[in-house]
Design a protein. Structure first.
Length: 315
């Protein structure tokens, strides 16, 4: 009987295969295959969601079916109806939503605009999305959560998605090195987009997605600091910290963003927490504190000169 490879043999074979698929001449082919696999998973997810929605409508009763049927014939309106009613898990909840006079008026008006050719499908979708995504709209966050397409991937499929996001991050860093910050930002956003549309089948897989998303957001924050956009960097750091909880690297980066905005109390708070979390970053923390002291001294000198200028003009 032929002996098996054994653990070492399997590891060697896996490493050999990984080295093979990472060859530059095969990179585009591998990425294309990963993209096709991700798109197939999303299409399957959409079909499953449509079947689940039809079951929900049928369970809600003939009155609900009659109320929604005219709008389900339009692909755009069908997507909107499925999105807006996504939170109504029970048949009674869906019925209350579908039979709401304001909902019916909105859908009838949207259908009329489409039928008359006043707006195209994409235009209508964009207008309604923009309205709900407005910070003034109470349903903004709820809509964002419900409308984001999500593919639930097996562990093997997830590897492909993570590899795709890593490829985008490599492109971003290459663009950054050659000074093309716009291309770098775009590639980082593509990497985030990949991670935003996938979910794992286990808590461990979802933790891995969250860690990679936080690392990408940290890259985004550092890029924004490099192009002197501390506000954007601050937003990225805050998003990442929501995913990871307290993290020394993220706190140091956020402190740098606060310092660029002259928010010195926030700088000190982040640096203090970072040094407590990781003694390894103490040198970096001390360097930033020294830079902050220098910056504050310069600010005092500038303020003093400005004040003296005002006094001179007043005389």
């Amino acid at each position: 009987m032929q002996a098996g490879l054994g653990p070492d043999g399997h590891r060697a074979m896996a490493q050999s295969f990984n080295d093979f698929v990472r060859k530059p001449e095969l990179e585009s082919l591998v990425q294309s295959a990963q993209q096709e696999e991700l798109e197939a998973a999303l299409k399957l997810q959409e079909k499953q969601q449509w079947r689940a929605f039809k079951d929900k409508v049928e369970a809600a009763g003939p009155e609900v079916l009659q109320a929604l049927e005219p709008f389900l014939r339009h692909s755009v309106l069908r997507r909107l109806v499925m999105t807006f009613s996504n939170g109504e898990g029970q048949a009674a909840g869906l019925a209350a939503w579908a039979l709401n006079p304001r909902v019916q008026a909105m859908l009838h008006r949207a259908k009329q605009l489409l039928d008359e050719g006043t707006v195209t499908g994409p235009e209508l979708e964009h207008l309604m999305v923009q309205q709900l995504q407005s910070p003034l709209a109470a349903a903004s966050q709820e809509f964002k959560e419900k409308s984001q397409p999500v593919a639930v991937l097996s562990a093997d499929q997830l590897v492909g998605a993570l590899n795709e996001h890593l490829a985008e991050r490599r492109k971003a860093k290459a663009a950054w090195q050659r000074g093309d910050h716009s291309a770098a930002r775009h590639a980082f956003q593509r990497a985030l987009a990949v991670l935003n549309i996938v979910r794992g089948t286990s808590p461990q897989d979802n933790d891995e997605i969250a860690l990679n998303k936080a690392a990408t957001l940290l890259d985004c924050a550092r890029l924004e600091l490099a192009v002197q956009q501390p506000g954007a960097a601050l937003d990225h750091c805050n998003q990442a910290l929501q995913l990871t909880g307290p993290d020394a690297q993220l706190l140091v980066c956020r402190a740098e963003a606060h310092m660029a905005r002259r928010e010195y109390k926030a700088v000190e708070a982040d640096l203090r927490e970072a040094s407590q979390l990781s003694p390894d970053c103490c040198d970096e923390v001390e360097e930033m504190r020294a830079s902050m002291a220098t910056m504050r001294q310069r600010d005092k000198v500038a303020d003093s000169r400005q004040f003296k200028g005002f006094l001179t003009k007043a005389r």
